[in-house]
Design a protein around this ligand. Structure first.
Ligand SMILES: Cc1ncc(COP(=O)(O)O)c(C=O)c1O
Length: 373
């Protein structure tokens, strides 16, 4: 069975240079908080890694908090800000197409008394900044809108959202777990006050991430303990995982691979469209979309069934089968995609390692499975 990996939005392999950096970091075995030479050596490694993350985001090293991944970064941003201010009934604005790592903390805070507005999206998955403008109230403490969507790849008008939030004195967070390493993510260009990174989406290891917190923003930690990470996240830092994230961020400075990914992705869509006609539709924005992401719906078929027939091709379906019933993904539902198309959604996400042969094979297999028009 040929194995083709087209699920890079789910996770990426660790790049060899990243693995080497992690291996090298095991030499620095001291506790980075210790005052002796072994601690100092670990601290130097940690600082170097923090510097790489900061360089990629265009911020100061001291504005980077290492976390256990994208979910933790999002939790720290939302809960940290909520608990740092006194108002239990505070208002948070987010979008209807966020990852569960945003939606679930929001629901948790709602149970504590917070009010959350979930901005609607259009058929391409984008929010309308004017909806954001009118949703802000004097109680709004935070706007959190993802940079790029994990399922359909749609890129949100982040700069405009950040500008609106800032003009009203409201902090702006963006979940950039899917965009870091695929498109530019400089915090000052985006206008973000907080930004989440997930290591395993950019050829780094799993279980490590970062949260950018603009200087001067007060955050209550989610994990209390010693004052690690400038008092923002207790727990002895994993020098090795941080080294992996740092090396991955250094690698991500070069986005040239995304041009090839975009060409292959577009080749795939054009060929599928040509061969399968209206049996296939594109989900997401045609232009404002991650260069590696192609989410297509096979109309009238279940995505899981098509994926099973594509055996050996690792990709994802947005729909889930619960007790024999196919359920549309909440993202596609929010986009207003109908059941017949939505249940047939398949996400192909390309990466640094994707070859033309893999794409051609996948096109041929899809054509066989879905049938000639
Ligand atoms: C947009 C987005 N946010 C957050 C996460 C969670 O990241 P992690 O798996 O590192 O917790 C993911 C992972 O799928 C994601 O795609």
């Amino acid at each position: 069975m040929t194995r083709i990996y087209l699920d890079y939005n789910a996770s990426t392999p660790v790049e060899p240079s990243v693995a080497l950096a992690m291996q090298a970091a095991t030499e620095a075995y001291g506790n980075p908080s210790s005052a002796h030479w072994a601690g100092a050596s670990a601290k130097r490694r940690l600082d170097r890694s923090r510097g790489h993350v900061a360089a990629l985001l265009g911020c100061l090293p001291q504005e980077i908090v290492f976390t256990g991944g994208g979910s933790e970064s999002n939790n720290l941003a939302l809960k940290g800000l909520y608990f740092a201010q006194g108002n239990r009934a505070a208002h948070i604005i987010t979008s209807a197409v966020e990852h569960p790592a945003i939606l679930e903390p929001c629901r948790f805070l709602e149970r504590l008394g917070a009010r959350v507005t979930y901005l609607p999206v259009d058929f391409t998955g984008r929010i309308d900044p004017t909806d954001l403008e009118s949703a802000i109230t004097p109680d709004t403490i935070l706007v959190s809108v993802m940079h790029a969507n994990n399922e359909v790849g749609t890129i949100q008008p982040i700069e405009e959202c950040a500008r609106i939030a800032r003009s009203r004195g409201v902090l702006f967070h963006t979940d950039a777990a899917q965009s870091v390493g695929k498109i530019r993510t400089r915090v000052n260009e985006l206008g973000a006050d907080l930004l989440s990174v997930a290591g395993h989406k950019l050829y780094g290891p799993k279980g490590v991430g970062a949260l950018y917190v603009r200087s001067g923003i007060g955050l209550e930690p989610v994990i209390h303990g010693h004052g690690h990470e400038s008092g923002r996240r207790a727990g002895t830092e994993s020098v090795m995982l941080a080294a992996g994230l740092g090396a991955a961020c250094a690698l991500a400075e070069d986005l040239s691979w995304t041009q090839r990914a975009r060409e292959l992705r577009d080749r795939m869509w054009n060929a599928l469209r040509e061969r399968l006609g209206d049996r296939i539709v594109l989900n997401g924005h045609a232009e404002y979309r991650l260069p590696n992401t192609l989410n297509v719906s096979v109309v009238g078929r279940a995505g899981a069934e098509v994926l099973a027939a594509l055996e050996g091709v690792a990709a994802s379906t947005g729909s889930a089968c619960h007790s024999g019933r196919v359920e549309l993904s909440p993202v596609l539902r929010a986009m207003g995609v109908g059941a017949a198309a939505g249940m047939g959604a398949i996400r192909f996400s390309l990466g640094r390692g994707t070859t033309r042969e893999e794409i051609e094979t996948t096109i041929d297999r899809m054509t066989e499975i879905v049938g000639q028009p």
